[in-house]
Design a protein around this ligand. Structure first.
Ligand SMILES: CC(C)(COP(=O)(O)OP(=O)(O)OC[C@H]1O[C@@H](n2cnc3c(N)ncnc32)[C@H](O)[C@@H]1OP(=O)(O)O)[C@@H](O)C(=O)NCCC(=O)NCCS
Length: 183
């Protein structure tokens, strides 16, 4: 599968674009969230240098082949509200996964829904990607509601699937499949 440059994707009133140094305020907000630093590489209560390093790391994802990390930015102001990534570790088996966070001050405005709708559609257009997956802890109603609103289907509970902080956690597995070609 050939993955090229990171594009800019339309996501309703938002756009998915590469991170910029001016996105530090959104990363700073995320770093103060109790959950985001546990499930991402956003530093917990970091320094300005830590936030800049986080942004720098996102730029390396395409070159490393690990996937695409996008800032979710307001289409009118370009201010970042969160992050969404398409991860390609299992792309050789036709699967990609998506992870996302919205900075606390921007939640409950439909931003995750718009970003996930756009990225899931884009991911499923890639040659070789047949299935896009999400892993969601059962308590995380905001995330599984977002998933379901974007057409993802809950397939089951993966018991003790992954370490989050110091504990292993169960995860709901959600997926969306590439639509079958029209006959
Ligand atoms: C989960 C998260 C991404 C949701 O982002 P958001 O932009 O606030 O979500 P949206 O406004 O697009 O809402 C999408 C749906 O979820 C619902 N929702 C959002 N937050 C909710 C919450 N805390 N409790 C219950 N429902 C919630 C909305 O009502 C909406 O449902 P609807 O389509 O039925 O109306 C955000 O809370 C977050 O970043 N949390 C911390 C990081 C995280 O959990 N990431 C996901 C890991 S799997």
């Amino acid at each position: 599968m050939k993955m090229l440059e990171q594009p800019v994707l339309d996501a309703g009133a938002y756009r998915l674009r590469p991170f910029q140094p001016s996105d530090i305020p959104a990363v700073r907000q995320a770093s103060a969230d109790p959950y985001i630093p546990r499930i991402t590489t956003v530093p917990a209560q970091g320094t300005e240098a830590d936030y800049a390093a986080f942004i720098e790391r996102q730029h390396r994802r395409v070159a490393e082949g690990s996937g695409y990390s996008f800032a979710i930015a307001d289409a009118a102001t370009n201010a970042a509200a969160g992050q969404i990534g398409l991860w390609l570790r299992d792309a050789h088996q036709g699967r990609a996964s998506i992870g996302y966070w919205i900075a606390p001050g921007f939640r409950r405005r439909g931003i995750a829904k718009q970003a996930l709708t756009a990225l899931a559609a884009w991911g499923l257009e890639h040659p070789g990607i047949e299935r896009v997956e999400l892993y969601v802890e059962p308590w995380n109603e905001g995330s599984w509601r977002t998933a379901e609103a974007c057409g993802f289907q809950r397939e089951g509970l993966l018991r003790s699937w992954e370490r989050v902080g110091s504990d292993r956690k169960d995860m709901y597995m959600y997926s969306r499949l590439r639509p079958a070609p029209r006959a």
